[in-house]
Design a protein around this ligand. Structure first.
Ligand code: A1D88
Length: 266
């Protein structure tokens, strides 16, 4: 099933249990405009309601960029309009938070430039796989802006403060091998193997028990949260839902019968 949002700048499709969102503004290296954030949210809404979608992949159109960052051509309008600026920050932070709390795994499939707010999106995903030759960077200090708190937090969580300082202070680009070395991405693969690598990963996730994936994702997120913000009751409920599920019975039965389990997400 193919869908379009944000005047075609967000493409979405569902295939083989995977919901795929493509940032589609290649003439601007897939820079993220305000309407594209809305479009991504709409696509995520569709995928969330569809039980056939077991995981979500985010990627960029073409081979030049995942997302080159926020659409800088919209900055003047945002700067001159305080309400628009507030709304924009709320929208982008909310969009990233949604990826982190989304009830299905979210994978960033990265080709080409992944910069600024684009890297913020990738860091908000659960797993990042990149093609060799991809370029990363946070050029905020080259533009005279500050990088948002939630994105800095992701950065520090992933690479630690020493690499975070280097990345933020220099604003320089670095390649996928360096991104892998510092822990910013999970894996770098030759460009012509990226699609196959992501397909292998999504096939594995699609076979696993959805309630387990969700409970474990939530728990990882909670570990990274401030203690005061942790919703332990919700975590316990997510864990209990696993133990009470049909899928848990199926998992046990399948193990003992030496066959693959067929999970239903309930
Ligand atoms: C809180 C978060 C804030 C942010 O995210 S701020 C934005 C952070 N990102 C950046 O600063 C990156 C800006 N872009 C670049 O540095 C370069 O581009 C790239 C390295 C990504 C690609 O370079 P190359 O392949 O040589 O392409 P090209 O000729 O520079 O770009 C092609 C067209 O794309 C437009 N474009 C690229 N990135 C953005 C962007 N982020 N916002 C708006 N437009 C962008 C350009 O201007 C140009 O346009 P035309 O063809 O009309 O000259």
């Amino acid at each position: 099933m193919d869908m379009e949002f944000a005047d075609g700048k967000i493409l979405a499709e569902i295939k083989d249990g995977v919901g795929r969102i493509t940032f589609n503004q290649p003439e601007k290296r897939n820079a993220m405009s305000v309407t594209m954030w809305d479009g991504m949210a709409q696509a995520l809404d569709v995928f969330e309601k569809d039980a056939s979608v077991r995981c979500v992949v985010l990627t960029g159109a073409g081979d030049k960029a995942f997302v080159s960052g926020a659409d800088i051509s919209q900055f003047d309008k945002l700067r001159s309009d305080a309400d628009a600026q507030r709304e924009y920050s709320k929208q982008t932070a909310g969009g990233r938070l949604r990826l982190g709390t989304y009830p299905k795994p979210v994978i960033a499939e990265i080709r080409g430039f992944c910069m600024g707010g684009g890297l913020g999106i990738a860091m908000s995903c659960d797993i990042r796989i990149a093609a060799e030759g991809s370029q990363f960077g946070i050029p905020a200090a080259k533009l005279g802006i500050a990088y948002g708190f939630d994105m800095v937090r992701h950065l520090v969580d992933l690479v630690g403060p020493a690499h975070a300082h280097m990345i933020l202070m220099t604003g320089e680009r670095f390649d996928a091998k360096e991104a892998e070395r510092v822990g910013l991405i999970n894996k770098v693969v030759p460009a012509d193997q990226l699609a196959a690598e992501v397909t292998k990963l999504t096939a594995t996730l699609a076979m696993n028990a959805p309630l387990s994936l969700y409970a474990n994702k939530r728990t990882v997120q909670a570990v990274l949260q401030d203690r005061a913000d942790r919703d332990i009751a919700a975590l316990n409920a997510a864990m209990a839902a696993c133990f009470d599920s049909e899928d848990y019975k199926e998992g046990r039965r399948a193990f003992l019968a030496k066959r693959k389990p067929a999970f239903q997400g309930r």
